[in-house]
Design a protein around this ligand. Structure first.
Ligand SMILES: [Cu+2]
Length: 161
C-alpha cells in the first residue's frame, strides 16, 4: 500500500499527539499523584439523614488530619451547622483534609481553588478527595458543573489559619 506524503505526515502527527497524551497521563499518575476520582460508596440521596451526612462538618482525626463531610444541593454546599455565610470550613495551616461529598438532588461539581481537588457529584454516590493546606489563606470551593439557575451562587470557603 502506498501512502501519499501528506497522509504519512498526518499519521505521524496523530501518533506524536497520542504518544504525548499517553506520556502526560503516565507522568501525572506517577509524579503528580493525580488520580481519576471514583465513587467511594453508594448512598440513597433521599435518606441522607440516616447517614454520616446528617451532620455535615469537620471531624478531627489524629494530628493534622481531618475529614470533612459536605452535602451539595441546589444551590449551596452544606458544610456544618454554624458555618456562617458564605459557609466556611476552618483548618490550621498544614492540615490534610479528606473530603467526603455527595449530592442531595442533581449533579454538582466540587472544585477547590488552588488545589487539584476536583470532583463530580452524582446523586447516589459518595465522592472522596484529599487535599493538603500548607499555606494560610482563603480558598473557595466552587460548583463547576452547571446545575441550574442558582449555579453561580453555589460556593463555600476554606479558611486556612
Ligand atoms: Cu452548579
Amino acid at each position: 500500500m502506498e501512502l501519499n506524503k501528506l497522509e504519512r505526515y498526518w499519521l505521524i502527527a496523530v501518533g506524536v499527539v497520542l504518544g504525548a497524551f499517553t506520556a502526560a497521563t503516565i507522568v501525572a499518575l506517577l509524579f503528580f499523584n493525580i488520580r481519576l476520582p471514583s465513587p467511594v460508596e453508594r448512598i440513597d440521596p433521599q435518606r441522607l439523614e440516616e447517614t454520616e451526612f446528617a451532620r455535615p462538618g469537620i471531624r478531627r482525626l489524629t494530628g493534622s488530619r481531618y475529614e470533612a463531610y459536605i452535602v451539595a444541593k441546589s444551590w449551596a454546599f452544606e458544610v456544618g451547622p454554624d458555618a456562617g455565610t458564605p459557609p466556611t470550613l476552618r483548618f490550621p495551616a498544614g492540615s490534610e483534609v479528606t473530603f467526603y461529598v455527595t449530592s442531595k438532588d442533581v449533579m454538582h461539581g466540587f472544585q477547590i481553588e488552588g488545589h487539584t481537588a476536583n470532583l463530580e457529584l452524582v446523586p447516589g454516590q459518595i465522592a472522596r478527595t484529599t487535599a493538603r493546606f500548607n499555606r494560610p489563606g482563603r480558598y473557595n470551593i466552587i460548583c463547576n458543573h452547571y446545575c441550574g439557575a442558582g449555579h453561580h451562587l453555589m460556593y463555600a470557603t476554606i479558611l486556612v489559619e
